[in-house]
Design a protein around this ligand. Sequence first.
Ligand SMILES: Cc1cc2nc3c(=O)[nH]c(=O)nc-3n(C[C@H](O)[C@H](O)[C@H](O)COP(=O)(O)OP(=O)(O)OC[C@H]3O[C@@H](n4cnc5c(N)ncnc54)[C@H](O)[C@@H]3O)c2cc1C
Length: 429
Amino acid sequence: MRRRGGAAVRVTLVEPRAPLQATSQFSTECYRDFFVDTALVPFMSRSVSLLEELAETDDAINLNRRGYCFFAGSDAGTKALERFGVQASSFGAGPLRRHDGSAGRGLAEYERSPANGFRGPTGLDLVYGPELIQEIYPFVTSKAQVMLHARRCGWLDAQALGRAMLTASGGQVLRGEVVGFDTHQGAVTAVQVQQNDGVAVSLKCDAFVNAAGAWMERVNKLLEAPPLPLKNEVHAKVILNDVQGVIPQTAPFMVWRDQVDLDWEEDMKEFLLELDDTATGGMVNSASWLAKQPGGQHLRPCGNGRVLLLWEHLHRHVPVPEDPEMPISDFLEMYPELCVRGLKEMVPGLGGYVEGLGKDTSVDGGYYTVMPDGRPLVSPHGASNAYVCGGMGTYGLMGSPAAGAECAQEADGRGSRGLSLRPEEEDKW
Ligand SMILES: Cc1cc2nc3c(=O)[nH]c(=O)nc-3n(C[C@H](O)[C@H](O)[C@H](O)COP(=O)(O)OP(=O)(O)OC[C@H]3O[C@@H](n4cnc5c(N)ncnc54)[C@H](O)[C@@H]3O)c2cc1C
């Protein structure tokens, strides 16, 4: 890595864990280039281009472009997906094509996504009617009226991405924790590190970047900088061993859009009312599962016959302590069953798991660290040569190449400074 003017830059990644062993290793590892935010679209488009560049050489990061497929079975859901497609396209996600089988053309103009590689189509496709939808994905419910297929999306290997970026920067890893700073005239002159082997070292530096994920505010306090408006939320995913072979391993990322009823038996409803412990400060909000649930439940295959299942709203109420734990010890015990019940609306075959989830089903997760405006936090903060880089919530892996590039440009005096709210704009938080 080089500075403007050509001088070499030495990057040191200070990390007590092996790199990417906190939230990043629990991510769904997906990426997309559609957003309805004028700042996020160019940011993520740049990031996806950087991902594609990294994948160019013998696909080092296992990038695919299977797309994100959204389904709806109601008229309201159909209209919402149509509106969303038009909006995403107008924000720069590429052309929106419609396939409704009119004039006997069937799916003649719909291009299927390849399972591997990242050279598939771009833009978005709206496919109408269960017959056409099931011709593409036979395991999807016949209730689906519409499918919105966003194309420049898919997933990748997060560990490989981390390795590729570290190699590209010529950086080195120092196993230890940042525990303090030396400053002089408003600039960081050295970072105090407690190494994992117990040795304390002082790292002289020209610039410091706080990219400590859910712990950014803790590091920020060490620098005695004004507080950051970041919030941490727990998010979790289920890893299902799909022994019944319901979801083909070549499937894309799939989302159900409509509200769902979770179909509880009468005796189960009573049990859920009793189980709810939120009145005594617990996290089991089971009484609320009796009402209609918002859509948004999603899945993707992840190799070796396994499938990832997620439903974000189910953990949103769980409080996160100031010093977030990692790994997270407690998730909702019924999370796998809730995901299966929600997702069988989109893929009825998953109903076979409602009563029969194997003991090899597991749950893991980490944190969405978010800004109030939902935009990335890449900015100078706390000292004249200190920067913050994070706050990317749902899109922190896919956004990391652009965030890193933007942060490096900021440190080199070439940043666009337009990415997020400035931390000093406190009145807007
Ligand atoms: C269930 C789930 C699914 C997700 N799915 C996606 C997805 O599909 N696509 C996507 O793009 N994003 C996704 N995300 C979000 C994404 O995973 C995060 O935005 C991203 O991993 C955050 O990366 P980070 O490097 O900021 O944080 P982390 O990966 O948590 O890294 C922060 C690091 O800072 C280190 N650290 C903390 N304090 C110190 C200190 N004092 N000194 C030194 N080091 C310190 C920690 O050890 C940690 O390793 C998902 C998240 C979750 C939880």
